[in-house]
Design a protein around this ligand. Structure first.
Ligand SMILES: NC(=O)c1ccc[n+]([C@@H]2O[C@H](COP(=O)([O-])OP(=O)(O)OC[C@H]3O[C@@H](n4cnc5c(N)ncnc54)[C@H](O)[C@@H]3O)[C@@H](O)[C@H]2O)c1
Length: 388
């Protein structure tokens, strides 16, 4: 069966969505689907050219052309976050199932609009929480759920990155208030989803945030993406958060601490998850993604287990244990989850409602940082899948 896909926004994530679609026919042959890269929409000419070279049959600059095209079966939304709501609502109105990047909306209200529009239109969705598709995380979840660690008492998740640690990093859309609360929704939303996925929904929290690099130089060049290196001498004030730390608890009283920074000097992409129980604990570091550290009560140190077939979707990519997956491979898993939902008509793993629940946490963080008080996190009413 052939499905025609459109990718709206052909920057970093748009390219990974395209790569995910392209790999489905050989990584997931049982789906019996070949996803054709039918059209890419991007406002920047260099990115449209890149999409052509990558094999898209057609490129356009206006996303509305894509949504008006009856031959398009599925749509990826990989735009700067401030455009997600407009385009996702238009996709829902056009009856196109969509796979959308995180953070889905700029806040919980926008995220709710998107999730509810999809449900009202009877559409399944996919969401860009790729870290939960890491094989070691899948294994960690299995261990947590098996009871091997005893009663889960607490968890720590931190996402410390240096991508904006230099004051010379260009001011792109990520640093504007139009992009939402900075690192809170950008990086920490992944940490929030990992927390939900591994130990349950965060129900209340106390948070603080910081802005450490107050201005940045403007980028040069059309379609300058998030990693633009050419900058002008003109500077602009940064409008959202560089840093966040959170104390929280889940519905089942697991105590959690979360932290994220985009300006850490030292860690490069140190995304660490630790889950502690009465009988043991586990630890995963994205900088060494194929390793899971595990310890049981009474042992003197962690044992390190390398990923192997059977750990999540590892076996789709490598036949033997101890090999590496790329950053992009979990995006192929995400594509498969989305297309499986599309083919079955059932909302399977990874939904807009999951992103809405993460956005409720981001909103509570913003409220708490301002009120300096604990804030409750509302539970969403959509079809969440983090606990499935
Ligand atoms: N899942 C992840 O790990 C992950 C990583 C990075 C980014 N993201 C998310 O993915 C989304 C995109 O981020 P990115 O890093 O790919 O950004 P990017 O800047 O690299 O790409 C965005 C693209 O959208 C295009 N664009 C902007 N406005 C447009 C419009 N109106 N119509 C058509 N095209 C338009 C730009 O020209 C650019 O090519 C964001 O929501 C971001 O938070 C997710």
């Amino acid at each position: 069966m052939m499905l025609n896909a459109a990718v709206i926004g052909y920057g970093w994530m748009g390219r990974l969505h395209a790569g995910g679609y392209r790999q489905l026919s050989w990584r997931y042959p049982e789906l019996g689907v070949d996803v054709r890269l039918a059209v890419a929409a991007d406002t920047a000419e260099p990115n449209r050219e890149a999409a052509k070279v990558a094999g898209f049959e057609r490129v356009v600059s206006d996303y509305r052309e894509v949504l008006a095209d009856p031959s398009i079966d599925v749509v990826s939304i990989a735009l700067p976050s401030f455009s997600h709501r407009e385009v996702a609502l238009a996709a829902a109105a056009a009856g196109k199932p969509f796979w959308i990047e995180k953070p889905m909306g700029l806040n919980a209200g926008q995220s709710r609009d998107i999730a509810e529009a999809a449900v009202s239109a009877g559409l399944v969705t996919g969401v860009g929480f790729n870290y939960r598709r890491q094989p070691a995380i899948a294994r960690a979840r299995q261990i947590v759920r098996s009871g091997e660690l005893g009663r889960i008492t607490n968890a720590r998740v931190w996402m410390l990155a240096d991508y904006a640690s230099s004051p010379g990093v260009a001011y792109t859309w990520r640093f504007s208030k139009d992009a939402g609360p900075g690192v809170v929704s950008d990086l920490l939303s992944h940490g929030t989803d990992l927390t939900h996925f591994l130990v349950g929904r965060i129900s209340e929290l106390s948070a603080q945030t910081g802005l450490f690099i107050p201005e940045r130089p403007l980028p040069l060049g059309e379609g300058a993406g998030a990693w633009s290196t050419e900058v002008s001498s003109e500077k602009k004030a940064v409008e959202n958060e560089d840093y966040v730390s959170v104390l929280g608890r889940t519905d089942s009283e697991v105590l959690v601490t979360l932290e994220a920074s985009r300006v850490a000097i030292g860690p490069r992409a140190e995304y660490i998850v630790e889950v502690y129980g009465t009988e043991g604990s586990l630890r995963w570091n994205f900088e060494r993604p194929m390793e899971l550290q595990l310890i049981h009560s009474g042992e003197r140190g962690y044992s390190t287990q390398l990923c192997a077939p059977g750990d999540g979707e590892y076996g789709r990519f490598q036949p033997g244990a101890g090999m590496q997956l790329s950053f992009d491979d979990p995006k192929t898993v995400e594509a498969a989850d989305f297309i499986r939902s599309v083919l079955s008509g059932q909302q399977l793993v990874g939904s807009a409602a999951d992103a809405w629940q993460a956005a409720e946490v981001s909103d509570a963080i913003v409220r708490s940082a301002s009120s300096r008080a604990w804030e409750a996190v509302p539970e969403v009413s959509g079809p969440v899948t983090y606990d499935a």
